[in-house]
Design a protein around this ligand. Structure first.
Ligand code: GLU
Length: 300
């Protein structure tokens, strides 16, 4: 299988300029390293009807093209089930009956890092499990044999983070993001993962899971986020930040694309043109503040 990069949005709503910038970067990283570029819709949860079509339309409008058909996670249940069964057969999973509240209120295990699952259900007896099953359905957690792992990131270098007994299947039966992303990236031949750096803390968990499943660990590139005027991660409520809203404010998609390219130190125009001079080492390393609709014209 040839190597590939990807963009994998969750279809919860329209993409905003920060998402589009990350997608453009993912495209540039893949194309500049002769990889295919795939589009996967991470639709296991947070789905808003119609959002997928809007997202694909907006990606195309800023020049992001992809190879082959769009893949949807909801079509891939058997792959996730197979991986979960493999982990279970290896003794690497357990059922967890904790509510969110119980986890928050549980005393954390000695030496376990902040936010890590405290291990409440790790060593339940068969009788205890039986009793709890009668009350509520179980989630499935990974029985992690390490507490942290180190990954290598193209922009961040070596990054060490928590690996706890994280959920791989929720108690409503839905595959958890951390399992789905690992299984899909491997099955799709994705060996380069470019995404927002808010996901860096999840990466040690994912790399560990890939190694347990004998799947290759991809190259990671966690790119800086776009911030609002208050220095906080851009969100939909920060005014006109989607192509739809920007069009209403009189800013065309090509202008947005050029503004995003300029924020990366790249020339205006098509992504192909930017690709010709793209140099990962020269990318800005810090977050970028969205100048706001309309105002940016004064800057250019
Ligand atoms: N679907 C995830 C999101 O939109 C990103 C998955 C990934 O890039 O690993 O937050």
């Amino acid at each position: 299988m040839t190597s590939a990069g990807r963009f994998a949005p969750s279809p919860s709503g329209e993409l905003h300029v920060g998402n589009l910038r990350t997608a453009m970067l993912a495209w540039l990283f893949a194309r500049s390293t002769d990889r295919r570029f795939l589009l996967r819709v991470d639709d296991l949860d947070r789905v808003r009807p119609g959002a997928e079509a809007e997202q694909l339309r907006d990606l195309a409008a800023v020049g992001v093209t992809w190879d082959g058909a769009v893949v949807r996670q909801t079509d891939r249940g058997p792959l996730y089930a197979e991986a979960t069964e493999r982990l279970t057969a290896a003794g690497l999973t357990y059922e967890c009956f904790c509510t969110r509240r119980e986890i928050q209120e549980a005393p954390s295990a000695p030496h376990s890092p902040q936010g890590a699952y405290p291990g409440t259900c790790r060593n339940l007896s068969a009788a205890e499990r039986g009793a709890k099953r009668a009350v509520r359905p179980a989630a499935i957690r990974l029985r992690a044999e390490i507490a942290e792992a180190t990954v290598l990131d193209v922009l961040h270098g070596s990054y060490t983070g928590v690996v706890d007994d994280f959920v791989i299947r929720r108690n409503d039966g839905v595959t958890a993001y951390n399992l789905a992303v690992v299984v899909d990236d491997a099955a799709q031949g994705i060996d380069q993962v470019v995404r927002g750096d808010d996901l860096l803390p999840s990466t040690p968990r994912q790399a560990y899971l890939a190694s347990l499943l004998s799947m290759p660990v991809p190259e990671y590139v966690h790119v800086p986020l776009v911030l609002n005027a208050h220095g906080v991660r851009l969100a939909k409520r920060n005014g006109a930040v989607t192509l739809g809203d920007l069009a209403i404010a009189g800013v065309a998609a090509a202008e947005v694309r050029d503004l995003l390219l300029a924020s990366l130190g790249l020339p205006a125009g098509t992504l192909e043109r930017a690709l010709a001079v793209f140099d990962a080492a020269a990318l800005p390393r810090g977050p970028w503040e969205w100048p706001g609709a309309g105002r940016h014209n004064a800057r250019s």
